[in-house]
Write a protein that binds this ligand. Structure first.
Ligand code: BT5
Length: 255
């Protein structure tokens, strides 16, 4: 059930000036896409839900979203070339890391393309979806899932964690939410001002992948290489068999 949208006092300029809250929903990304398609909503509108019954990851994977976590999606209409869309995911990952650091005083790292890890375990994920027509971005939906105080299922205990588990104390989800939105707002404005280099630098400041040996799992192949950096659109630069290669999608395993 939706609660009427709310004008907030979080002092951002674009992201989160309008927040639509649900207690339960299938997926905030799915709801955001539906709203964005109608084209009637303010840039930076946020859809937030206490739980999701059909939370999604990339490639329609299931995203576990019980009560106690932070599950939201942001609708944006950026004036950006579609092949730079990855920068939005990068800015969002950096905002999650900085929000967690500011509010919880806990370090985390970005793992390309869309994970945030604490001690090698996934604490947050980003799902960016876009609609482009005739080479122009019509809208983007940026979904953010952060394990805050929620439990995780047995099958994820090895690979995932929550902030509560890492710092051994309960976190006020709403305050963390506001902190993340404030950084997202700052970085989104940086992005639409065309300061792509600043986004790249903020991202690089929060990753420890550079120089690491990785495995790249693609559709039907696995390749091994060494991470050298990211290119100006957010592609991962990897040396594979001595040859510099740009990876644009895929699942990465850090060795
Ligand atoms: C992601 O996908 O990491 C993107 C997750 C985005 C979730 C947000 S929540 C709000 C918004 N609404 C949505 O419906 N989605 C977004 P991916 O990289 O494909 O990772 C998915 C994989 O992470 C799954 O296959 C599981 O292995 C694992 N996983 C599932 N739930 C998890 C959780 N709560 N925490 C950590 N890992 C999880």
């Amino acid at each position: 059930m939706a609660v009427p949208s709310e004008k907030t006092n979080i002092h951002t300029k674009i992201i989160g000036k309008n927040i639509i809250r649900y207690s339960s929903i299938e997926s905030t990304n799915a709801a955001a896409k539906e709203i964005a398609q109608k084209g009637t909503v303010q840039d930076g509108t946020v859809i937030l839900s206490k739980t999701q019954t059909k939370g999604r990851g990339r490639k329609d994977r299931k995203w576990f979203s019980p009560e106690g976590g932070l599950w939201f999606s942001v609708i944006i209409y950026p004036d950006l070339e579609p092949d730079r869309a990855m920068l939005v995911t990068m800015a969002t990952s950096a905002a999650i890391v900085e929000g967690i650091l500011r509010y919880c005083n806990k370090e985390s790292q970005i793992k390309w393309p869309n994970d945030v890890l604490i001690d090698k375990k996934k604490v947050a994920g980003v799902l960016t979806e876009l609609h482009a027509e005739k080479g122009r971005l019509e809208y983007m939906v940026v979904g953010v899932g952060v394990n805050v105080n929620n439990r995780l299922p047995e099958e994820l205990h090895e690979t995932a964690t929550s902030i509560k588990r890492e710092i051994d104390s309960e976190i006020e989800t709403e305050s963390l939410f506001k902190n993340i939105l404030r950084v997202m707002d700052e970085l989104y404005r940086t992005l639409i001002a065309g300061e792509y280099e600043e986004i790249r630098e903020r991202w690089l400041a929060h990753t420890n992948m550079i120089g690491k040996k990785i495995k790249i799992h693609e559709f039907d192949s696995v390749r091994t290489g060494v991470v050298k950096g990211i290119d100006k659109s957010g592609g991962l630069l990897v040396d594979i068999d001595g040859k510099r290669t740009v990876i644009l999608s895929g699942d990465i395993e850090i060795l």
